[in-house]
Design a protein around this ligand. Sequence first.
Ligand SMILES: [Zn+2]
Length: 337
Amino acid sequence: MSNLEAEINSKEKLFLEEISTLKNINDLNTIKDVYLKKYMRVLYSNLKTVKDLEEKKNLGKIINDFKKLLELKISETEDRFSLKTTSSEYDFTIRKDSIKLGSGHPLIKLYKKIEEILISMGFSVVQGPEVELDKYNFEMLNMPSHHPARDMQDTFYITAPNVLLRSHTSSVQIRTMLEKSPPIQIISPGTVYRVDDIDPQHTPMFYQVEGLMVAEGISFANLKAVLITLLKEVFGESIEVRFRPTYYPYTEPSAAIDMSCTECGKRGCRTCGYSGWITVLGSGMVHPNVLEGVGYDSSKYSGFAFGLGLNRLALIYYGLGEIRKLYENDISLWDQI
Ligand SMILES: [Zn+2]
């Protein structure tokens, strides 16, 4: 073995050791400079001085093999550091679509808005069971068995006549009043069930938000103040609100609450049945029978209650037209909302 060949062998060992313990890109550039440029230049100039043709040929092959080894190892190392931007394996210029994070369902978004407004007015949120006893769903709400008002809410029974799917979240109000003394100021949101065919305006399962406020000296003026504020905060200051006498067994007096149609501005359209008004809430002063039934002194305490159908309100709020659109999970529609 010639001196040069021995020197190349020891350089190769050194090179392999250096490149395998490489820490960063700057070191790689230094290695490229030292071995591929400077050292190869030295080797080629040494090769020129070799007189023996056979030896020259042999050394030339050794130098070329060494150069190939250098290039291969450097290229592999560049890949290892993901720096080789010319490699066909990687294209660092490709733009990646941003990840869609998703968002809340429109019903939830509207509910959260309503919840936030009512909480700001001092209401707290109470939940209750969806499978309910007749006692809490009807009887204690001034609807004893065979009361004709029960027909207003066609009910799903789990085991008739006592266990049912709640037809409204008023049952939560009864449970709360049985547990606590006045003052009470709660909302009870949740799923309710009524026997109904699915059509553009109805589904057998829907969402309600009901509210109850009971204390000394609560009057219809408090009811009006809370509900007008709620509707104007949700739909804007420009809407008009009117209270219409109606009948519910658990309130006396009772009022249906209409809002001027947001679709047509009271000119009349399909949404409002060409009347200019949309009924959005049921409300009233809690019936003395209900207060007495939970052990409250109705001569001392009074209160108001209200209930809104969240699905129906969402149709108006988002201008959806049909209730089933809330359940079709059309992502392109949700993106617009
Ligand atoms: Zn209208």
